[in-house]
Design a protein around this ligand. Structure first.
Ligand code: 5GP
Ligand code: ZN
Length: 115
């Protein structure tokens, strides 16, 4: 999976640091954000280290599609029934803090603390 030894999400994907995982398959891992903004706030993370959405190409399209397709299934499993928000922050101006591609999925009753 070409892990980056300094990357926190690579370490979570490898089970080297703990996270509250809600889904795992060969390609993706999903876990609760450590600082949630909404009653349900999970991160959909490819196990492969790709720093940002800008570093993806046509070869990543199936993986990106699977990340998106997982969101409604997960939200339903987590009891979110009234809609949700998906966000991918990209690069400095996009507000990205962790440079390993991930998609936020937010749901649950409002008000939320952000977003
Ligand atoms: P970004 O701004 O890069 O899109 O979002 C990174 C997210 O990762 C933030 O919402 C932050 O709370 C979350 N995060 C950072 N480090 C950890 C960690 O070690 N564990 C978990 N579960 N979430 C983390
Ligand atoms: Zn990584």
């Amino acid at each position: 999976m070409n892990p980056d030894p300094n990357c926190v999400f690579c370490k979570i994907a490898a089970g080297q640091i703990p996270a509250k995982k809600v889904h795992e398959d060969d390609e993706l891992v999903v876990f609760h954000d450590i600082h949630p903004w909404a009653p349900v706030h999970v991160l959909v993370v490819p196990k492969q280290h790709v720093a940002t959405l800008s570093d993806t190409g046509a070869e990543h399209a199936p993986m990106l599609g699977r990340m998106l397709a997982l969101a409604p299934r997960l939200m339903s499993q987590l009891g979110v029934t009234n809609g949700f928000r998906t966000v991918i922050n990209t690069g400095r101006d996009g507000g990205q803090e962790v440079y390993h591609l991930h998609m936020h999925v937010f749901g649950g009753p409002r008000p939320w603390s952000k977003g």
